[in-house]
Design a binder for this molecule. Structure first.
Ligand SMILES: C[S@@+](CC[C@H](N)C(=O)[O-])C[C@H]1O[C@@H](n2cnc3c(N)ncnc32)[C@H](O)[C@@H]1O
Length: 222
């Protein structure tokens, strides 16, 4: 029988690599104790930190961590019951370069200091097609300004999406902000994968592939 959400929330709290704000006193100005100290207090190395935003079950977080022990990976999502799966896997498989953080993405600067993050992956975000939801899109101007507060100056952002609408919205945003596109590959399963990490498949990606959708990849910096 599958575990209930409450059981997963409870087990998340027992994992040494699962982080969330405990208590009622969160404010957008707050600083999480690990902020600016992830290297020495948790990873105990100085390897680059890579975030997977909207990580869901965390397939990219654990998949990239298995391929690359010389980097640290943190999956970020607001849904603890989804992250439980990736977090449990990382604990059972004793992966020292993996953590999970439950928070709203817009609060990243409460959890990471300026320049503390080297790479951001955004995997299959909700496209939020209604105009009034534009700010909620994870590559909106608002969200890019949030990422800019934690990303290293030479840091990169990677987007993997099935949504033509979301890809075009992101390209328009980058053009308006005069930000450089470092790589754009439409339909990676037909045209090739410019980064070997694109072979990792997420839960949503598997669903879209079954429906015959094309998957796109975009890399840019801020
Ligand atoms: C469509 S799912 C994709 C999950 C996973 N990346 C995959 O491909 O299977 C989108 C995820 O984004 C998360 N999400 C959306 N907006 C968020 C926000 N502002 N802060 C944190 N998580 C968010 C949701 O909780 C959900 O897990």
């Amino acid at each position: 029988m599958s575990r209930s959400k409450l059981e997963k929330f409870a087990e998340n709290r027992t994992f040494p690599n699962f982080f969330q704000w405990e208590g009622e006193d969160f404010s957008p100005e707050a600083h999480f104790p690990m902020r600016g100290h992830w290297h020495e207090r948790f990873f105990r190395n100085d390897h680059p930190i890579v975030l997977e935003l909207a990580c869901g079950r965390g397939e990219y977080t654990v998949g990239m961590a298995e391929r690359d022990p010389q980097r640290n990976f943190i999956g970020v999502d607001r849904k603890g019951a989804r992250m439980w799966k990736g977090c449990k896997y990382s604990v059972v498989n004793n992966m020292p370069n993996v953590a999970f953080l439950r928070t709203q993405i817009q609060y990243l600067p409460c959890y990471f200091a300026e320049g503390e993050v080297q790479e951001i992956w955004i995997t299959f975000p909700d496209p939020q097609p209604r105009n009034c939801k534009e700010n909620k899109r994870l590559t909106s101007e608002y969200h890019l300004s949030v990422y800019n507060r934690v990303l290293a100056p030479d840091g990169t952002v990677h987007l993997k999406t099935d949504s033509d609408f979301f890809l075009d919205f992101t390209l328009e945003t980058l053009q308006r902000l005069q930000l450089p596109v470092l790589c754009l590959q439409r339909d990676i399963y037909r045209n090739g994968m410019p980064d070997p990490r694109l072979e990792i498949k997420t839960y949503y990606e598997s669903m879209w592939l079954e429906q015959g959708k094309a998957i796109h990849y975009l890399k840019f910096n801020l």
